[in-house]
Write a protein that binds this ligand. Sequence first.
Ligand code: FAD
Length: 307
Amino acid sequence: MGTLGGMDTDIDALVVGGAAAGLSAALVLGRARVRTLVVDAGEPSNRTAPAIGGLLGQDGTSPRQLYAAGRAQLASLPAVELRSGLVTRIEPAAGEGAEPAFHATLADGGAVTARRVLLAGGMRYAVPDTPGLAELWGGAAFACPYCHGWEHRDRRIAILGATAAAHRVALLRSWSEDLVVLADGELAPQDRDALRAAGVPTTEQPVAAVAPGLVRFANGDELAVDALHVLAPMAPRDDLAARLGIATTQLPNGTGIAVADTFGATSVPGVFAAGDAAGAGNVAAAIAGGSLAASGLHRTLVTEQVL
Ligand SMILES: Cc1cc2nc3c(=O)[nH]c(=O)nc-3n(C[C@H](O)[C@H](O)[C@H](O)COP(=O)(O)OP(=O)(O)OC[C@H]3O[C@@H](n4cnc5c(N)ncnc54)[C@H](O)[C@@H]3O)c2cc1C
């Protein structure tokens, strides 16, 4: 496959997103010699985290290192082309016979026609807008205890926000007993009772700002903390799936693309999804989803029978 250079090009698979899910998919597709274009906007959701926690064989590797290693492996596969860019639109195009086909447009004016599409663009994590929190996100502020709890074990962890406070305390106790709930508003009465019964220090004072090692309240009080647990609901980053009419599903932490099987098939024939966009929630699951969706996609190119 030649470079696109802004021209319309026919390929077998367009992979939207080139991080955990997209690179994993491209590896499998490229090894199966499926002509694949990966377009990646370069903003993996974990880019602010210094290290990936909980990934077998790569525990503690930085996201940047992992994705660079993935891209380097793809360089040896002639069927795969990686392109930096943003896919802004995907529309059904006339395929041969009953074959699906899709026309995709890139922000830089490039365009491509693909027989199959694999959506691996991840999700937007809605971090609370507490001043200073964005700067801590991925480091001292975290949502996934399985990813970052170990790094904050036995430290003072503040649970920020009233939502599901008692549940979060129960969960985080696996990593630290030194917990404090900063509800930043009113707690649900049953949570207030449960936290009191559990002896967990709690305040409903509005939080004005957070900074490394410190929480500042609206009344001027300050509290020293080592880490902050926050909830960050996930939502699609763009309307690519919605415009294709792809069915969605409720995930534990947001709304994502509904996949019909472990091979990432969506409700639109010819379109597959993997990674956070399809509810993965961590790097290991995103890598697995990308791999499986790639094999599902490949099968539909060559046979109607699932082997
Ligand atoms: C702060 C933070 C820390 C985390 N830490 C961990 C951890 O330690 N361990 C763990 O297992 N999990 C962790 N996670 C979760 C993990 O990062 C995600 O589950 C995983 O990255 C999902 O991979 P993905 O490939 O689906 O999406 P992403 O990694 O988000 O990658 C999607 C890629 O697609 C690109 N893209 C999106 N839309 C388009 C488009 N239209 N055109 C072109 N490109 C596009 C994006 O720019 C991005 O590069 C963390 C998440 C966050 C937010």
